[in-house]
Design a protein around this ligand. Structure first.
Ligand SMILES: [Zn+2]
Length: 290
């Protein structure tokens, strides 16, 4: 294998890179995602891979491959759901393909040579329009028998109280999911509920005040339950909300009283590779697969 090719399939864009033996980027291209069409998505991904060259192929997808059926599940690009995406792509390309959830790719990239470099256990969190997560242990993605390791966004918000009620309805059918509070839209909704004013997540972060304080406290409770379960060395934040600089000081200050330990050594760090983490992690899948 000469090159490591990584593809990040997102809801609005598909990005591909190729890394050489030394990990240097020798190809990069971004195209809009075909909307609503499975065959067009397959062709678009295959076309990018062919353009990138000969080499191993890793693909990050918004969802996961069911271990039971080999079919895509839990994707917000709904036209992929129930399709044998990996198998079909392998047939078209005549190459073996590794496929992982995009948050797992993000976590892998940050664990290999990003904010989690050198750490044994990395929990990668992506917070934007949704809330995703991935776990890397000793440089390898933990996928799990249900292919949901790290998916904390649809756990219920821990210890809900006062302003956390009434529990918001989540699209997944449950109420009070972490995602309904911590996603960008969740933050906007909470601000509107409290003040009657509709603001973007970015504007609320800039404004500070009580809405941001509630957000930080919910974030701390949500991560404390992850720390109690996984005890990661580092938690790396990516996605739009990772730009909120105050989180890195405030959340670790608040999580202590919810963590079952006399001190908390876990670090909270911002992603180093930004938007490129997903595609870089996809490229690393052959070297660091679970
Ligand atoms: Zn949910």
């Amino acid at each position: 294998m000469t090159l490591r090719i990584g593809v990040d399939l997102g809801g609005t864009k598909i990005e591909a890179i190729a890394l050489d033996r030394q990990g240097r980027e020798v190809f990069r291209k971004r195209i809009p995602s075909p909307q609503g069409s499975y065959p067009a998505t397959l062709e678009a991904v295959a076309g990018l891979v062919r353009e990138a060259g000969e080499g191993s192929v890793g693909v990050g997808i918004p969802g996961s491959i069911s271990r039971a059926t080999g079919l895509v599940k839990g994707a917000n690009s709904t036209w992929l759901i129930g399709k044998p995406f990996r198998e079909d792509l392998e047939k078209i390309l005549q190459r073996e393909v590794r496929m992982e959830n995009d948050a797992n790719c993000f976590a892998l990239s940050e664990a290999v040579d990003g904010a989690g470099s050198g750490a044994r256990v990395v929990f990668g969190v992506i917070i934007g329009t949704g809330v995703g997560g991935g776990i890397v242990v000793d440089g390898r993605v933990l996928t799990g028998p249900n292919a949901i390791a790290g998916e904390w966004g649809h756990n219920p918000l821990p210890a809900p109280d006062g302003d956390d009620f009434p529990l918001p309805q989540c699209y997944c059918g449950r109420k009070g999911c972490i995602e309904t509070y911590l996603s960008g839209p969740g933050l906007s909704r909470d601000h509107e509920r409290a003040t009657g004013k509709r603001l973007s997540a970015e504007d609320i972060v800039a404004l500070g005040g009580e809405t941001l304080a509630r957000y930080q406290d919910r974030f701390a409770r949500s991560l404390a339950s992850v720390i109690n379960t996984l005890d990661p060395d580092v938690i790396v934040l990516g996605g739009g909300m990772s730009n909120a600089a105050s989180l890195y000081a405030q959340v670790p200050r608040l999580w202590g009283r919810h963590v079952f330990s006399d001190q908390v050594a876990t670090r909270l760090a911002k992603a180093m590779h930004g938007d490129s983490s997903g595609v870089r992690g996809a490229a690393w899948l052959w070297d660091h697969a679970g």
